[in-house]
Design a protein around this ligand. Sequence first.
Ligand SMILES: C[S@@+](CC[C@H](N)C(=O)[O-])C[C@H]1O[C@@H](n2cnc3c(N)ncnc32)[C@H](O)[C@@H]1O
Length: 196
Amino acid sequence: MLGGRFTLSSYTGIDINPQAIATGREAGDLPPETRLLVGDVVEDASLASQGFDMVVNLSCADWNLDTAGILAASWARVAPGGVMVVSLRLTPGASVTSLAQSFQYIHYGDDPVPEGCEKAAYVVLNLNTALSMLSTLPETRRLVAYGYWGKPSATARTPVERVLFGVLAVERDRAPRPADDPVQLDLSFPRDAWLP
Ligand SMILES: C[S@@+](CC[C@H](N)C(=O)[O-])C[C@H]1O[C@@H](n2cnc3c(N)ncnc32)[C@H](O)[C@@H]1O
């Protein structure tokens, strides 16, 4: 899908789940220089620091217990002048980050969720908290964001009834700037995105 949208000359995909990587390896039409790795993006030392002109982290950071940590690790891989694209679940209310309070069963299809089914974190971040988290990453120059209202997944158990599904692109400066230089924000959210 990324190849259909962007011109990719080289591509590195990483997933902690070997099955996801095996499925990726079966896909045709991959860019000439493709590496598909089984690993943890937070810990994998083979991913060069500041090596990528685009890092895409979709439906991943908020399925992790440490959303800020995985975003920082992804940002650390972005080259100067590059961009990180992230999806996040957002709310005008308080952030919901505890696994006990908000989770999603890892279960697909319409069958009832089996007993003891594995759970993933279902983090929903306060909109301002998320914007602040991303705009204060080192050397953020511009933040472009889009969001729309939707319902949580049917397999999620969460106190949040309405989720603002957001996709955010964070552009990195080519060189460090003075700390008081402004960050440019370009936000396209529903008008009631900030109303609890
Ligand atoms: C909901 S899927 C989204 C997959 C894909 N990005 C998409 O948009 O279709 C989340 C994926 O993130 C992977 N994942 C979660 N934490 C990870 C981590 N720390 N490092 C690498 N992969 C991770 C999971 O194994 C899962 O395949």
